[in-house]
Design a protein around this ligand. Structure first.
Ligand code: GLU
Length: 474
């Protein structure tokens, strides 16, 4: 009898993409003092293409900052920022339902703790390798700074594929993952949360295992917990809601709003669902969403109750939505960005909106693109959108509501308090408005009014850089 290898094989979805596929081949020129820093990052981190992309994207914004602040270069702030404080890679053995032992790889990259304990999600997806976790952890530093909350940046995950796994298998995997991770996390050290493939269920299993090992009910060690075990109201909704609140602020600055606008959202997970919900509350209509197999176009507007039933209750696929909804069309392998819209919200995964997609959006009259996912737009896609005058909100700013609400969960856990939905939502809206204002003001101050990429990168960077200066060479 031939046994399947317990190790993840070289499947199509695993491992890094080529630079050409990432759209990184047509980058603009870096400031001459930053180019050597970038070259050093390439040399020290071979093959980690998404990490290279995330670093370059930030460095492209920092020319005017290093020119104005020589103290950052003198203290090697950027070089230090590009090197994680600590990187942990570990074996995650578990037993599947047939009794076969399986082995995955676990990661936690503790990137920067200048502003507070490392904070960032855990991703379970077969594409996970060190380069993905490092890009996510690097972005998280600036996003968390922008949120205005006292949290550093980190990220973790595994190449475990939860798709098709039973509840018991997911639980055993989460327990094994936490059996190693527990020694590296803590309320004042590192506070993980969810990301792709990790929701309330997985956080619950990891928290249970942590509690058991530590013999201590330390609610502050993880966020994104269910409401009954120390979770916070609005955490589930926060990333999607926050992204749409950010869009409304951008439109407001242009004297208009979301009311009556047509939206297209990629993905159909937690971020996508609550982006669709908030858009509807603000008078918009989302007519399409997607999963990794295809897209649904529903001209009557996505039926949220049905979508939640399919995705949250049944953990099903969008084919199941389309089968139960007369107005919906399912297009296998369809390109979501070809569906005409005013507002496009990439809420699925990295590099899902490329040059051709950006051209299609601009051609079809799209006015705003806001990233609910992390780095979903390729660099050449971003350039097309900006050159076409499309308002563009980078994930660091637009999706910061999720982690900001995690920080509110930490606050509630520390004070053994639990806030109402309305109070929590108002706080989230306040945070998103503040991030918008900070990005807009910083972009204008550094000579790029309306450029939210520059605004987010510079404002986030300056806050972390100043904290690092204050803390000395550590
Ligand atoms: N994974 C989310 C993000 O990308 C949330 C992280 C958190 O809540 O710590 O920001």
């Amino acid at each position: 009898m031939v046994h399947a290898s317990p190790f993840r094989g070289p499947s199509g979805s695993g491992g890094p993409l080529s630079a050409a596929a990432l759209g990184t081949g047509t980058s603009s020129v870096l400031d001459e003092t930053l180019e050597p820093v970038y070259q050093e990052v390439l040399a020290r981190n071979p093959g980690e293409l998404e990490f290279h992309q995330a670093v370059r994207e930030v460095l492209e914004s920092l020319g005017p900052v290093v020119a104005k602040h020589p103290e950052y270069a003198e203290a090697a702030i950027i070089e230090r920022l590009c090197e994680p404080e600590r990187q942990i890679i570990f074996r995650v053995p578990w037993t599947d339902d047939s009794g076969q032992v399986r082995i995955n790889r676990g990661f936690r990259v503790q990137f920067n703790s200048a502003l507070g304990p490392f904070k960032g999600g855990i991703r379970f997806h077969p594409s996970v390798y060190l380069g993905i976790i490092k890009f996510l952890g690097f972005e998280q530093i600036f996003k968390n700074a922008l949120s205005g909350m006292p949290i550093g940046g980190g990220k973790g995950g595994s190449d475990f594929n939860p798709r098709g796994r039973s509840n018991a298998e997911v639980m055993r995997f989460c327990q094994s993952f936490m059996t190693e991770l527990h020694r590296h996390v803590g309320e004042y050290t590192d506070v993980p949360a969810g990301d792709t493939g990790v929701g309330e269920r997985e956080i619950g299993y990891m928290f249970g295992q942590y509690k058991r090992i530590a013999n201590s009910y330390e609610s502050g060690v993880l966020t994104g917990k269910g409401l009954g075990i120390g979770g916070a109201r609005v955490r589930r909704e926060a990333t999607g809601y926050g992204t749409v609140i950010f869009v409304e602020e951008m439109l407001k600055a242009k004297g208009t709003s979301l009311d009556g606008r047509r939206g297209v959202v990629s993905g159909s997970g937690n971020v996508a669902i609550y982006a669709i919900e908030k858009a509807a509350q603000l008078g918009g209509t989302c007519v399409a969403c997607s999963d990794s197999d295809g897209i649904v176009v529903d001209e009557a507007g996505i039926d949220l109750e049905l979508l939640k039933q399919v995705k949250e209750v049944e953990r099903g696929r969008l084919t199941s939505y389309a089968e139960r909804r007369g107005s919906a069309r399912y297009i296998e392998d369809g390109r979501i960005w070809e569906v005409p819209c005013d507002v496009a919200l990439p809420c699925a995964t990295q590099n899902e909106l490329n040059h051709a997609d950006a051209m299609a959006l601009a051609r079809n009259g799209c006015v705003v693109v806001a990233e609910g996912a992390n780095m979903p737009t390729t660099p050449d896609g971003v350039r097309v959108l900006m050159d076409a005058g499309v308002l563009f909100a980078p994930g660091k700013a637009a999706n910061a509501g999720g982690v900001a609400t995690s920080a509110l969960e930490m606050q509630q856990n520390a004070s053994r308090d639990s806030w109402s939905f309305a109070q929590s939502e108002e706080k989230l809206a306040e945070i998103m408005r503040a991030i918008h204002e900070r990005c807009a003001d910083t972009a204008a101050e550094y000579g790029s009014p309306g450029n939210y990429v520059a605004g987010a990168n510079i404002a986030g960077f300056k806050q972390v850089a100043d904290a690092m200066l204050a803390l000395g060479v550590i």
